[in-house]
Design a protein around this ligand. Structure first.
Ligand SMILES: NC(=O)c1ccc[n+]([C@@H]2O[C@H](COP(=O)([O-])OP(=O)(O)OC[C@H]3O[C@@H](n4cnc5c(N)ncnc54)[C@H](O)[C@@H]3O)[C@@H](O)[C@H]2O)c1
Length: 359
């Protein structure tokens, strides 16, 4: 199989976990029945090692100019689980736009526009040979995400939107990608064993077992720049919508909910703690409650999903399919173009991989 040439906007913790994982799984052959941590060892013949990062954009002065193998361990705090050799790909300055909120200038070590000029993203993508661009910008980057999506369109790249900006789920933008026959997937990664998939599973279980859900909440705390960025409620609007609709889209009735990032606790670093609480009515309208605590390293949790999205997007590119990739988006993102139960999405993805479903 050929290589899958990927560019990244935002070389933070998620990118670090993805790049480390490509190295970590470099020896798998695809014939294994089970590989711990991988949902699919092979996707249409593509293995994780086939993913090659060919370009990386960031605004952090300490990351810019460094080889990506070094930059992923600079000013990031997720766990190190693989040594990454030099890749010969240097981080270049991307346009800042609204990627850096005023309270994040210091933590992101943002470059000064008077001293450094951003590269032309479209030209750089073309020169690098990138086929796919992943958006890993901070939550609340409305302009930044749209600028990178537009650059992907102009450079002829597929676009994966890992963050809670409504881009793949926006019909207008999806149509633009379809016109250019370029695939797009998103929005907002639904992690491998994250708060959303766990909360959805609990709600789905209640619905399937005739339990009426009266109310539920999901509180999340963490200590990385993602959580620090989200201490400003204004940047959180789309994140709250994305996380909430991912859960409330399951039952056929409304449930009072409170779901979202709850606090920033610096010493937790990339560890995310999530508390899910739910109250429901059983037989005879007798109440029951569920209390769950999940503790995960957040960035590897997202990379375990993106590694499949990249390979599904490559299949779409190989098959000449553009527009919104409905099945992999429903399975892998909190706010996809089409919401379906996860079990249905899993079947759709399998059918897509086997070529029985177009998107
Ligand atoms: N499980 C998960 O970790 C998970 C799940 C769903 C969504 N997400 C989302 O993915 C995104 C990335 O998460 P993360 O943990 O890697 O965040 P992070 O804070 O570690 O990384 C963000 C990176 O973006 C860079 N950046 C800021 N503005 C930029 C710009 N204009 N151009 C290029 N780079 C820019 C920062 O310097 C930083 O390196 C966040 O929006 C997060 O909410 C993460």
């Amino acid at each position: 199989m050929g290589k899958i040439k990927v560019a990244i906007a935002g070389l933070g913790n998620c990118a670090s976990a993805l790049i480390q994982g490509i190295e970590f799984y470099k020896n798998i052959t695809g014939s294994e029945k089970m590989v711990p941590g991988l949902m699919n060892p092979s996707i249409g013949g593509y293995l994780p090692k086939d993913i090659e990062i060919v370009a990386a954009f960031d605004v952090n002065r300490n990351k810019i100019g460094k080889d990506i193998s070094e930059a992923i361990f600079t000013d990031n705090c997720t766990v190190k689980f693989a040594d990454v050799p030099k890749k010969g790909v240097k981080v270049v300055p991307g346009p800042i736009l609204d990627g850096v909120a005023p309270h994040m200038v210091k933590s992101f070590n943002c470059y000064d526009e008077k001293e450094m000029k951003p590269v032309n993203v479209v030209d750089y993508l073309k020169e690098s040979g990138a086929e796919i661009l992943i958006n890993y910008l901070p939550v609340g980057s409305a302009q930044g995400s749209r600028a990178y999506a537009k650059a992907a369109l102009e450079a002829g790249c597929g676009f994966i939107n890992a963050i809670p900006e409504f881009i793949a789920s926006d019909k207008g933008i999806g149509d633009e990608f379809e016109k250019k026959n370029l695939p797009i997937a998103g929005d907002d990664v639904k992690s491998q064993l994250g708060a959303t998939i766990l909360h959805r599973a609990i709600v789905d279980l209640c619905v399937n077992r005739g339990v009426q859900i009266l109310e539920t909440y999901q509180l999340n705390v963490g200590g990385d720049t993602d959580f620090e960025n989200m201490t400003v409620e204004e940047r959180l609007k789309t994140k709250r919508i994305s996380k909430t609709t991912a859960v409330t889209s399951i039952p056929q009735y409304e449930i009072p909910t409170k779901i979202g990032p709850s606090d920033y606790i610096p010493f937790l670093k990339n560890r995310k703690i999530c508390y899910i609480w739910l109250k429901g009515l059983l037989w005879g309208q007798v109440p029951a409650t569920i209390d769950v605590k999940l503790s995960v390293e957040d960035a590897p949790d997202s990379a375990g999903v993106i590694v499949d999205v990249i390979r599904c997007m490559k299949l779409a590119l190989d098959r000449g399919i553009g527009g919104r990739l409905i099945s992999i988006s429903a399975y892998s993102f909190k706010h996809p173009p089409v919401f379906v139960p996860d079990s249905v999405a899993k079947t759709w993805v399998q059918e897509f991989i086997e070529g029985k479903r177009e998107r």
